[in-house]
Design a protein around this ligand. Structure first.
Ligand code: SUG
Length: 448
C-alpha cells in the first residue's frame, strides 16, 4: 500500500498581527507594534499550499481559530456583552486583549505531535494537541485545535486523539516543532526523534539562562507513551541551551528531518555524536540508512540561521527519491546562507533543489515554511478516511482565495483590535469557512 506525508498548512486567521508576544522569539519581539496585513499573510500561505499541490504533493489545510477569544477574556473576569468584554479589556488590560487576538494558531507545527500508524502499538495514527503553555496567547489554542483535528481526522478506526498534557511548565509541550520522524518509507515503522529544551525533574540536564526552554523531556516522554511508541522507535535528544539563548525557541529553527535525512546546524544539539549514533543504530535496525548533514558554524552562524530561517524549511521527498528544500526568501537575502545552499544542491547529495517562497507576513512573527505545516504520514486507507473537505484541490484553492479577499482586512494595528466589528467579521468569515471545509461546528461561537 502506498503511503504519503501530507502537509496540513495553517490558514492564517483574519486577526494576524504583530503583538510582540513571544519572549525568546527574536522576530516576534523586534516587529512588535508594526502594522500587519492579514490578507497578504493568508494569501502568501495559500500560494505555498497551491505550489506544493501543483508539484504533486498531497496538501491539506488546517483552519484558524476564533479571535478575539472572548471566552478567554471572560475567564479572566471581563464581563458583559461581547462588545463590552472587548471594550473593557482594551481599556483595562490591553496586553490581554492583544493576546486574545493573536492568530498564532497559524503555526500548526505547534498544534500537535503526530505519530503515524506504522509506529504505534495499536496501529492507529495518534495526535496529542500541544498545551503550548509557555505563552499565554498560545496556551488558549489547544481546545479548539482538538476540535478541529477531531473534525478532520474523525474516523476512530484509524485516528486516536489525546488531550493536551497538564497545563503546567513541567509538561511544556510545543508539538511537532520539536518532533521529527525518520523512516525508509512513510508506511514503514520509523524512529521518532523528540528534542527537548530542559528537564523539569532532573537537574542534571542544563537549561538556558536567558530565554525559556519551551519543551520539557517529561512532556516528550509522555507523548511517546500516549502514542504507544516502542523503545526501539524513539530517540530523545537535548537542544543546545546556548542556541535557545540565541533565539532558537523551537528545534525546527535549527534542524529539519525527513525520510532518512537530518539536516541540522552544527550547534543545534548537546551530545551530537552520541545522538547521531543512536539514530543511526535504531534506523539501521529498521532497514533504513540514516544520514545527516551538519551545517558548519563557520559557514552559517546560529544568528544567520535565526534570521534567515534556513532550517525552518520543508524537506520534501520527490518521486525520484531526491529531496527538495522549501525555504523562505530571507534565505536568499542572506549571502552566506544563499551561498551555502548553492553549494549544497550542487554537491550531488540528497538535497537537489531549493525553492524560495515569500512568507514575510508570517516570518515577521517568527513563523517560516516549517512552522506553517503539520506533517501527517498516512497510508492510502487512512488518507481516504480524512475529511475530504480539508484536502487542497485547485477548486478549494480558488474558493479559499476568494474567501480571504472577501473577509480579510489589509491592515491591522493594535488599536484596531479593540474594534468590536473585528469580532463580527471574524465570526462571519469562520462560519463560512467551516462550511467550505466541511468541519461542522468547531468554534466556541458555534457551540455555545
Ligand atoms: O510561538 N510566534 C510563534 C511562532 C511559532 C513558530 N513555530 C515554529 N517554530 N514551529 C511563537 O513564538 C508571535 C505572536 C506575536 O508576537 O504577535 C508568535 O506567537
Amino acid at each position: 500500500m502506498k503511503s504519503f506525508e501530507v502537509n496540513f498548512d495553517g490558514l492564517v486567521g483574519p486577526t494576524h498581527n504583530y503583538g510582540g508576544l513571544s519572549f525568546g522569539n527574536v522576530a516576534s519581539q523586534s516587529n512588535s507594534q508594526q502594522a500587519s496585513n492579514p490578507k497578504e499573510a493568508a494569501l502568501q500561505g495559500l500560494e505555498k499550499m497551491k505550489a506544493l499541490m501543483d508539484m504533486g504533493f498531497v496538501q491539506g489545510v488546517l483552519a484558524p481559530q476564533e479571535r478575539p477569544d472572548v471566552a478567554a477574556l471572560r475567564s479572566l473576569g471581563f464581563a458583559g456583552t461581547d462588545a463590552q468584554v472587548i471594550e473593557r479589556a482594551a481599556k483595562e488590560a490591553m496586553p490581554l486583549l492583544v493576546a486574545s487576538c493573536s492568530a498564532s494558531s497559524m503555526w500548526v507545527a505547534n498544534a500537535a505531535t503526530v505519530s503515524p500508524s506504522a509506529d504505534t502499538a495499536d496501529g492507529r495514527v495518534h495526535f496529542t494537541a500541544a498545551n503550548l503553555n509557555c505563552k499565554y496567547h498560545r496556551s488558549i489554542e489547544h481546545p479548539t485545535t482538538s476540535r478541529v483535528l477531531g473534525a478532520m481526522f474523525a474516523d476512530q478506526q484509524h485516528f486516536s486523539h489525546h488531550a493536551a498534557l497538564p497545563a503546567v511548565a513541567q509538561f511544556g509541550d510545543e508539538g511537532a516543532a520539536n518532533h521529527t520522524r525518520f523512516c525508509r518509507d512513510y508506511g514503514e515503522a520509523g524512529v521518532e526523534f523528540f528534542v527537548f529544551g530542559r528537564s523539569a525533574f532532573d537537574s542534571r540536564y542544563p537549561a538556558p539562562q536567558k530565554y525559556p526552554a519551551r519543551q520539557t523531556l517529561e512532556a516528550s516522554q509522555a507523548v511517546a507513551r500516549l502514542h504507544g511508541l516502542s523503545e526501539e522507535g524513539v530517540v530523545f535528544a537535548q537542544q543546545n541551551p546556548a542556541v535557545i539563548d540565541q533565539g532558537v525557541f523551537h528545534n525546527d529553527v535549527i534542524a529539519v528531518g525527513n525520510g532518512e535525512l537530518l539536516f541540522h546546524h552544527q550547534d543545534a544539539f548537546l551530545n551530537t555524536e552520541q545522538m547521531l549514533a543512536e539514530l543511526h543504530g535504531k534506523l539501521a535496525a529498521r532497514g533504513a540508512n540514516f544520514q545527516s548533514i551538519s551545517v558548519p558554524r563557520d559557514q552559517v552562524t546560529v544568528e544567520d540561521a535565526v534570521r534567515s530561517y534556513l532550517f525552518n524549511s520543508q524537506l520534501l521527498s520527490r518521486a525520484d527519491g531526491s529531496m527538495l528544500l522549501i525555504v523562505p526568501q530571507e534565505c536568499r537575502a542572506n549571502s552566506r546562507v544563499w551561498q551555502y545552499l548553492q553549494g549544497l544542491t550542487a554537491a550531488g547529495g540528497p538535497i537537489r533543489e531549493v525553492k524560495v517562497f515569500d512568507l514575510k507576513q508570517s516570518m515577521q512573527n517568527g513563523g517560516g515554511p516549517a512552522c506553517l505545516r503539520l506533517r501527517v504520514a498516512l497510508n492510502e486507507t487512512e488518507l481516504a478516511a480524512v475529511n475530504p473537505g480539508v484536502i487542497m484541490t485547485p477548486g478549494l484553492y480558488d474558493t479559499l482565495t476568494a474567501w480571504v479577499n472577501k473577509h480579510y482586512r489589509d491592515a491591522l494595528r493594535e488599536s484596531d483590535l479593540a474594534d468590536p466589528q473585528l469580532l463580527l467579521e471574524c465570526r462571519t468569515a469562520l462560519d463560512e469557512l467551516t462550511q467550505i471545509l466541511k468541519l461542522g461546528a468547531v468554534y466556541p461561537f458555534q457551540i455555545n
